[in-house]
Design a protein around this ligand. Structure first.
Ligand code: NAP
Length: 245
């Protein structure tokens, strides 16, 4: 029996869980942080909640005798990725990182790259007064002191502090081009702020911004560690099952 732990919370993690689950003599456990109220659940076994840091994750990997751990978390989930790298080393468990590619700028785009959300907030005065903020609910305090008006879109309600002038839109992808065009036009948006999350499910906002000539502030991804990084599910599946009969 081959045993895999997938650190998840992404579409790629769910897709990999499904592919591994379909293999004979294979146990797949997906791990979710438990941040989202109604998470999309992968097939196979699921555990929810933090491990309590790298040492505890290492102990779990060893106790459950996983053949490999896959870090398929979101590109901006830095702490769990660092924890996975340490825990893999501590427990001697092979680690694979599955990370979808970032987005690439295309002709007609007006992208402004920044290192973090504070950098994004600092750029806003020169880019516009009405902001579509799509960076998720966790980093919103970076915008709390901004005088601009914000359309804040996230999956679950955020905790304060929030920008003084904002409208909250609770929603989750996938989003469509007509839908995103309607939002940008309807709210007279001047500037879009996004993380470089990559992937097709939330990319329509970038197409909409291009079509309307709206500038986009893009937060760069944090660096990855030393483990091999694969960018799609089929590659990850091959790497995990290489050498199996
Ligand atoms: P984070 O800052 O990297 O992690 C914070 C803590 O949450 C970790 O130290 C760990 O707790 C726990 N944790 C995170 N992911 C976990 C997982 N898959 N399984 C078990 N514990 C986990 O992560 P985050 O940015 O809060 O993101 C949380 C989850 O949401 C991630 O799994 C990620 O894939 C998903 N997500 C994040 C974003 C984003 O923009 N950051 C967007 C979409 C989805 P312990 O130290 O106690 O183990």
């Amino acid at each position: 029996m081959r045993r895999y732990l997938i650190l998840g919370g992404t579409a790629e993690a769910r897709a990999l869980a499904e592919r591994l689950h379909a293999l004979p003599d294979t146990l797949v456990v997906s791990s979710l942080a438990g941040r989202v109220r109604r998470p999309r659940l992968p097939v196979g076994q699921v555990r929810v909640g933090g491990f309590g840091g790298p040492a505890m994750l290492a102990a779990y990997l060893a106790a459950e005798r996983f053949d490999a751990v896959v870090d398929a978390t979101h590109p901006f989930a830095e702490r769990i990725s660092a924890s996975a790298a340490q825990a893999a080393e501590l427990s001697g468990t092979p680690l694979l990182v599955l990370r979808r590619p970032g987005w690439t700028e295309r002709e007609g785009d007006a992208w402004h790259w920044v290192d973090d959300l504070v950098g994004a907030a600092a750029l806003l005065p020169e880019l516009g007064e009405r902001v579509f903020l799509t960076t998720g609910r966790q980093g919103l305090p970076a915008f709390a002191e901004c005088p601009q008006w914000f359309l804040v879109r996230c999956v679950d309600p955020p905790e304060p502090p929030l920008p003084a002038r904002h409208e909250l839109l609770l929603d989750r992808g996938p989003y469509t081009l007509p839908g995103e065009l309607g939002l940008l036009r309807g709210h007279r948006i001047d500037v879009l702020v996004t993380k470089d999350s990559g992937g097709p499910l939330t990319a329509a906002k970038l197409d909409a911004a291009r079509e309307l000539g709206i500038p986009v502030v893009v937060v760069r991804r944090p660096a990855t560690g030393a483990a091999p990084v694969l960018s799609d599910v089929a590659q990850a599946l091959r790497a995990l099952t290489e050498g199996d009969d």
